[in-house]
Design a protein around this ligand. Structure first.
Ligand code: UD1
Ligand code: CA
Length: 431
């Protein structure tokens, strides 16, 4: 589609009360600006992002995640405001969609609706019971006249319930002719993009109102807005997954990152948290487990499992209070209370309760390799780097400090002693 997109993200976002720029605050694991970019990428190959506050930081973050995004630094000193943001921008296509960087919930479908047709301006409108904070859209005889910012409204204009949602699709000639003519003759002494509407009306150009959904176009300005947007985004993600065959027990207690993917029939029990780009295939995640940046396939985990980044579980069972990190388990079991880090565990091996891989000596991390059919007895410590070959038995309570060869038994324990009658000698007979 021959459409350019400009995303306005130069504002400071003071109401966030944060050192992090507003548009980098995350919703479902992604900065809210990325949600806007993702929606834009579905419609356009020419995307420009307008920055000013913390521009370097934001630009770096975007460039690490996306290619072919253009940046424009607004001259905020001389041209503050949403109209100032558009000054000097060069777009490639005949029509340009202008979005705000703080609208993470806008869907591709709504943007398509806003960019349809050939009118000079399509503008987004919402009808609000409480319009406060928004620019009011003045309509006369079914025709849009102009947009008046709240701070510039007369008492009567404040009562208007039709508000500007802040997204527009405009023709090239609107940008070329009207942006240079904007002025800052208003209460805030800013260059308002919204003034292009009045200019277009004066030139008898067509300005079309497109009524959009409040839920999608509400701007995120505070941490309260952020939390509310997160709930909406989570509901969307979970609804889509459930429709695709993923079961969820008490979905309102489950958190799923927008980058996570699922395949086949999966079950997520209550309280499950999925963080980052996890891939979960035909697996059962039991209650209160936390999974981060991991691949889980034909496996079950939890309740209360903690699966940290770069873990791969295939045909594996993980039980309660087991923590895994950067480990691959293929056809293995770890039923209870373990820490398994930087490890590789092969088919048929069983990790007993309380087993710890000691992967860190205070300076560096080391690997533990466990072959096939290894039985690691409960409460053993495996001091990495260490390799345990196939068909090994490690006796419970052992501290493994050396590699173990195929087919062996390893046992390291202080010999047990039993002293008969000691209890009575110590406490006396009367007890
Ligand atoms: C704007 C509209 C208002 C509309 C509302 C919808 C104007 C003048 N007003 O008001 O009619 O109801 O959005 O949410 O456009 N930005 C810049 N550079 C700037 C100022 C802002 O890039 O100098 C960016 C911000 O980062 C933000 C977007 O533009 O992403 C909107 O700015 P904001 O200050 O939130 O505009 P509102 O006052 O809410
Ligand atoms: Ca706003």
């Amino acid at each position: 589609m021959a459409l350019s997109v400009v995303i306005l993200a130069a504002g400071q976002g003071t109401r966030m009360k944060s050192d992090t720029p507003k548009v980098l605050h995350e919703i479902s694991g992604k900065p809210m600006l990325f949600h806007a970019i993702d929606a834009a990428l579905q419609l356009s190959d020419d995307i420009t992002i307008v920055l000013y506050h913390k521009a370097d930081m934001i630009q770096k973050k975007i460039s690490n995640a996306y290619q072919n995004i253009k940046f424009h630094i607004q001259d905020v000193e001389n041209f503050p405001g949403t109209g100032g943001a558009m000054k000097g921008i060069k777009t490639l296509h005949e029509r340009t969609l202008i979005l705000n960087g703080d609208m993470p919930l806008v869907s591709k479908g709504s943007l398509e609706l806003l960019s349809k047709g050939n009118d000079d301006i399509n503008m987004s409108i919402i009808e609000l019971y409480d319009p406060s904070g928004y620019g009011r859209v003045l309509i006369d005889n079914d025709k849009i006249q102009k947009i008046v910012e709240q701070k510039d409204c007369t008492q009567k204009q404040l009562e208007v319930n039709s508000v500007n949602a802040g997204v527009y699709c405009v023709s090239k000639r609107v940008l070329d002719e009207y942006i240079p003519r904007l002025n800052n003759h208003n209460t805030q002494k800013e260059y308002y993009l919204t003034d292009i509407v009045e200019m277009a009306v004066a030139d008898n150009r067509v300005v079309s109102p497109i009524v959009v959904k409040e839920e999608e176009f509400k701007g995120v300005n505070s941490k309260l807005d952020l939390a509310e947007a997160e709930i909406i985004m989570q509901n969307r993600i979970k609804k889509e997954l459930m429709m695709s065959g993923i079961s969820m027990r008490f979905p309102s207690t489950i958190y799923i990152d927008s980058r996570a993917t699922f395949e086949g029939e999966c079950m997520l029990e209550n309280g499950v948290t999925v963080i980052g780009a996890c891939k979960i295939i035909k697996s059962h995640i039991k209650s209160h487990s936390v999974i981060e940046e991991s691949h889980i396939e034909n496996s079950s985990a939890g309740p209360f499992a903690r699966i940290r980044p770069r873990t791969k579980l295939i045909n594996t069972h993980i039980g309660n209070f087991v923590e895994l990190k950067n480990s691959t388990l293929y056809g293995a079991k770890a039923g209870h209370l373990s820490y398994i880090g930087d490890s590789d565990i092969a088919q048929g091996s069983n990790i007993g309760a309380g087993v710890i891989t000691c992967n860190y000596d205070g300076k560096a991390k080391y690997q533990t390799k466990i072959g096939k059919n290894v039985f690691v007895g409960s409460d053993s410590q495996l001091i990495a780097p260490v390799t345990i070959e196939d068909d090994v038995i490690i006796a419970a309570g052992s501290t493994v400090t050396k590699d173990i060869s195929k087919g062996s038994l390893a046992i390291s324990r202080a010999p047990m002693k039993s002293v008969s009658g000691f209890f009575y000698k110590f406490f006396g007979k009367g007890k």
